[in-house]
Design a protein around this ligand. Structure first.
Ligand SMILES: [Zn+2]
Length: 115
């Protein structure tokens, strides 16, 4: 299961960081997730729950911030959003987009640590 291995690697990073700070408790993990990352938010949340069971992270929360898709539109010569993953065209001029700037994120952006 793809999401489970991602959840476990997130916990690895969090564990390392918590230890580096002298074994503090991790309250929450903040993750930036783009629709093009190939990871489904709901699946990752349940995988995270599963991965946390019986560990020091049992009470930690995973907070997922969904990052919108942003492309560089050649026609507009500007950063634009697209209609959707299925309709991958500039919202302003409908030119098919290929230059993806955001949307592939799968990034642990912050940790909330207990004192
Ligand atoms: Zn455009």
């Amino acid at each position: 299961m793809h999401e489970l291995s991602i959840a476990m690697s997130l916990l690895d990073v969090a564990e390392e960081e918590a230890e580096r700070r002298g074994g503090v408790r991790v309250e929450a993990l903040y993750l930036k997730l783009g629709p093009l990352s190939g990871v489904v938010k709901e699946a990752l949340l349940s995988a995270f729950e599963l991965a946390c069971e019986q560990t020091q992270f049992a009470t930690s929360r995973l907070i997922i911030e969904e990052v919108p898709i942003v492309v560089f539109c050649q026609k507009c010569q500007a950063e634009r959003n697209v209609h959707s993953v299925q309709e991958f065209c500039c919202v302003e001029c409908d030119t098919p987009a290929s230059d993806v700037l955001h949307g592939r994120e799968l990034l642990l952006s912050a940790l909330e640590l207990a004192e």
